[in-house]
Design a protein around this ligand. Structure first.
Ligand SMILES: Cc1cc2nc3c(=O)[nH]c(=O)nc-3n(C[C@H](O)[C@H](O)[C@H](O)COP(=O)(O)OP(=O)(O)OC[C@H]3O[C@@H](n4cnc5c(N)ncnc54)[C@H](O)[C@@H]3O)c2cc1C
Length: 213
């Protein structure tokens, strides 16, 4: 652990981002480490904006929008958060969440909060006619938060799972592999847990509790 404590385990599921998992396995699985390091991640930021509902001037029908890249806008999407999840804003208010950054636009995330908020507000004015003064504006950055699947990803993932199989009891999961959406991540986590149970039920496959060297 970070405190230097040691815990012995028969099996371990690594659910960390691929670049972290890469560092963790590098001492005993260098090939796997190298493959994991090849999974690209990009940074995004979200801008959460709250408005007084009567001032918004847009019925906010729907749960959000995605802005096509060719539109060349400074936001890539906007979630109508309080329409999607009504308890997210108190009575008489609405909450929006704009996305900035992402593939090819990561430098946007490095701008100041003030600049990012100004960009998001300018785009909401242009795209949705929202010119009101927000009662709340917050920027959240997700540095290297999104795994990117390049062509050939699934083949490489299959190889990585095969490589992890060379270390008995080691299992990998998370958005780096077979789906970035939350339901995909949950499903992959469940599959990893099932594989561990199956591994633990096979006594010959179980590692000794004490390290041997
Ligand atoms: C801004 C944003 C909005 C999104 N919106 C949606 C959405 O609306 N719907 C949807 O389905 N998906 C959405 N996603 C995608 C989804 O949230 C992610 O793909 C998913 O949460 C990734 O889950 P994960 O478990 O793989 O990784 P994470 O949730 O990132 O978990 C990785 C874990 O590893 C830990 N960790 C990191 N480094 C170390 C270390 N050195 N040692 C120990 N632990 C470490 C972290 O603390 C974290 O707990 C969104 C993603 C982002 C960034």
């Amino acid at each position: 652990t970070a405190d230097g404590e040691k815990h012995w385990a028969d099996a371990v599921i690594l659910a960390t981002p691929a670049f972290v998992t890469s560092d963790l396995v590098s001492p005993f699985a260098p090939e796997l480490s190298q493959a994991l390091a090849g999974i690209r991640y990009v940074s995004t930021a979200t801008v959460t904006l709250a408005y007084r509902q009567p001032e918004v001037g847009n019925p906010l029908q729907g749960v959000g929008m995605i802005v096509p890249r060719r539109e060349n806008r400074r936001i890539s999407a906007c979630t109508m958060t309080s329409t999607k999840f009504s308890p997210r804003a108190p009575e008489g208010h609405v909450l929006l969440r704009c996305f900035v950054g992402g593939p090819g636009r990561e430098e946007q995330v490095e701008r100041s909060d003030e600049e990012i908020i100004a960009d998001a507000r300018a785009e909401l004015a242009a795209l949705m006619g929202i010119r009101a003064e927000p009662v709340l504006a917050r920027v959240y950055r997700f540095i290297k938060g999104n795994a990117q699947y390049d062509v050939g990803h699934l083949d490489r993932v299959a190889q990585m799972h095969a490589m992890s199989g060379e270390t008995p009891g080691l299992y990998l999961t998370g958005s780096a592999f077979e789906g970035i959406g939350l339901p995909d991540c949950i499903h992959q986590g469940q599959q990893a847990a099932e594989r561990v149970i199956s591994f633990l039920n096979n006594p010959r496959g179980t590692l000794p509790r004490q390290a041997t060297g």
